[in-house]
Design a protein around this ligand. Structure first.
Ligand SMILES: *[C@@H]1O[C@H](CO)[C@@H](O)[C@H](O)[C@H]1NC(C)=O
Ligand SMILES: *[C@@H]1O[C@H](CO)[C@@H](O)[C@H](O)[C@H]1NC(C)=O
Ligand SMILES: *[C@@H]1O[C@H](CO)[C@@H](O)[C@H](O)[C@H]1NC(C)=O
Length: 539
């Protein structure tokens, strides 16, 4: 039995949990340090067969995990310093390719090597801080991170809002010994879904460099996909972590609103946007979640989230009696290949674990999308208002210009109506969650589409593809629900397809159990991207 109440004021979407029935979990003390939480998360992972870093005798492709890095460093097979050098060479190579990948807006080779040298010394002393020590992690350029400016994908925002230090989540990763390798490319102001950025270059999809990576956390998805980092941080205000993750064939995980500290993240739209994780595997998403979750800084305007629970992924009893809510008409509103692939994956999952699917109706999805758009747009122009007064619109890409003009046209009555709609949808979703544990849908309605050369210099507005990309994202942001996308297959062109699970507030452990189960059924079919770097290679 479980009950949850929600409380929505106009400014924040806050879920107050009364009692949640999460299965196979481990409770984490609220005063545990990030490194202690990482260790606890490592203890929740199943034992995997050790795989040497030079073992190429495997028919199926898999990305190196945080555990692989940690093991290779501890055994002395390779050092963080060597990995950092290979990382820098790889990024350099990728930016000089015929189709430049434009993974990063900023990365500083000297700063990376300095962190890597310190980490190497810790391993030499036999004293690494945590499993994340020496592991390269990239940060979306919407999150503050020394020594870099926070551009938000623009040419001007960092000039009016200087970065004064690490965001709280970056600080936590650093305290675990992670090597922060730079600021990933993103859609300008997060105001689009393609990742085509006229100022810093268009991030290309590692599975097919002629296709978009998706956005707005385009670089964070692409670096994980291409093997440059086992995990990266993004920010998800309207699917901005889950969409690019799905298009680039990696895990995208957006926890419940209020679970991850927001201090030091651009306040572009503060009631819908929040930090999320992109990772090659669900295990690595859990480890990074462990590092960055935990207590919120006391000035953050939210209630205390319930106790932190980690899923026992090592458990030999799968969680039982999971019910998926599936709204058929919505689920099927995607390309044939996505529909078939996602339906098959869901079927396989239910067969394998004897879980059930119940048919539901989610009314007013399109109105919810519009209300969300109004909210995100109003918040974006409000938070940027003083900067916008002085801004020369010629400094913006064409699509960002249009977006800011549209956002600026919304009025207060519309904003308030949108919040009423939000409350209504909370109720609607609460009713759905009385019948099922998790809502299931494809992550996107289309796979990565082609980049046209004429968009590279100006940006692009593609409402048809854009609508198909955001179709399944909105509840995660507008209602603050946790959600995760898992790669479940490929289309005819070899482009990744993701399946999404949307959970009740604070049900991260159940979502991770389900995503882990789905991953286990698909991982042996994973394919290697065309652009891929093996950083653990010893040469
Ligand atoms: C799983 O991990 C937990 C936490 O480390 C441990 O207490 C438990 O014994 C492990 N269970 C199995 C089946 O290995
Ligand atoms: C590679 O794996 C196959 C099957 O697992 C095995 O038969 C073969 O001996 C292995 N080759 C090497 C070089 O280890
Ligand atoms: C809103 O902000 C989030 C991050 O906070 C970003 O991912 C998203 O794309 C932004 N959207 C708009 C329309 O500003």
């Amino acid at each position: 039995m479980q009950r949850w109440r929600r409380h929505l004021c106009l400014f924040l979407c806050i879920h107050l949990l009364v009692y949640l029935n999460e299965q196979e979990v481990e409770q984490i003390d609220s005063d545990a340090s990030p490194a202690e939480r990482v260790q606890r998360a490592m203890n929740c992972l199943p034992l995997t067969l050790e795989k040497s870093v030079d073992d190429s005798n495997s028919s199926s492709f898999r990305r190196w995990t945080i555990a692989d890095y940690s093991r290779a460093y501890s055994s002395g097979e390779i050092t963080p310093r060597k990995v950092a050098e290979q990382f820098i060479n790889a990024v350099h190579e990728s930016s000089r390719a015929a189709l430049p990948m434009s993974f990063f807006i900023n990365y500083d080779a000297e700063d990376i090597l300095k962190q890597a040298t310190e980490s190497t010394l810790r391993y030499e002393r036999g004293d690494p801080i945590s499993a994340l020590d020496g592991v390269p992690i990239a940060i979306k350029d919407e999150i503050d991170c020394s020594p870099y400016p926070t551009t938000g994908g623009t040419k001007w925002l960092h000039k009016v809002r200087p970065c004064t230090g690490d965001a709280c989540c970056v600080m936590r990763l650093r305290s675990c010994g992670a090597i922060i390798v730079g600021k990933t490319n993103m859609h300008e102001l997060g105001a689009g879904t393609s990742g085509i950025n006229p100022h810093y270059g268009t991030t290309r999809n590692p599975y097919h460099p002629n296709k978009i990576a998706g956005g707005s956390s385009s670089g964070s998805a692409a670096v994980v996909s291409a093997g440059l980092c086992p995990a990266a941080l993004g920010v998800d205000g309207g699917g901005s972590v889950r969409m690019p993750a799905s298009l680039c064939g990696v895990i995208g995980f957006k926890p419940t609103f209020g679970r991850i500290p927001h201090t030091g993240v651009l306040p572009l739209n503060w009631t819908v946007g929040m930090v999320g994780i992109l990772a090659g595997t669900l295990e690595d998403a859990l480890i990074v979640y462990a590092a960055i979750s935990g207590q919120l800084p006391s000035h953050e305007p939210t209630i205390l989230p319930p106790k932190l629970l980690f899923p026992l992924l090592n458990s030999t009893n799968p969680i039982s009696e999971i019910k998926f809510a599936r709204y058929g008409e919505w689920f099927n509103d995607c390309s044939d290949e996505i529909r078939i692939c996602c339906s098959n994956a869901l079927h396989l999952l239910c067969e394998h674990y004897k879980w059930k699917t119940v048919e539901v109706t989610i009314p007013e999805i399109e109105s919810m999308r519009l209300a969300h758009y109004l909210t995100i747009g109003s918040e974006c122009t409000t938070s940027l208002s003083s900067a916008l007064e002085k801004l020369d619109f010629a400094e913006l890409g064409w699509d960002a210009r249009v977006a800011l003009r549209v956002y600026g046209a919304f009025n207060s009555k519309e904003y308030i109506k949108a919040q009423k709609m939000r409350n209504r949808q909370m109720q609607i979703h609460k009713n759905i969650f009385a019948k099922a544990d998790v809502i299931v849908a494809p992550t996107t309605g289309v796979t990565a589409y082609s980049i046209f050369d004429d968009a590279l210099k100006t940006g692009e507005l593609d409402y048809i593809n854009g609508a198909a990309l955001v179709r399944y994202q909105i509840a995660g942001n507008f209602l603050g629900l946790p959600a995760v996308t898992v790669p479940v297959g490929y289309d005819k062109e070899g482009l990744p397809i993701g399946l999404q699970f949307i959970g009740k507030p604070w049900s991260e452990p159940t979502l991770m159990h389900i995503a882990f189960a789905m991953q286990a059924l698909c991982i042996s079919h994973h394919r290697k991207p065309k652009v891929f770097y093996n950083l653990l290679h010893k040469n």
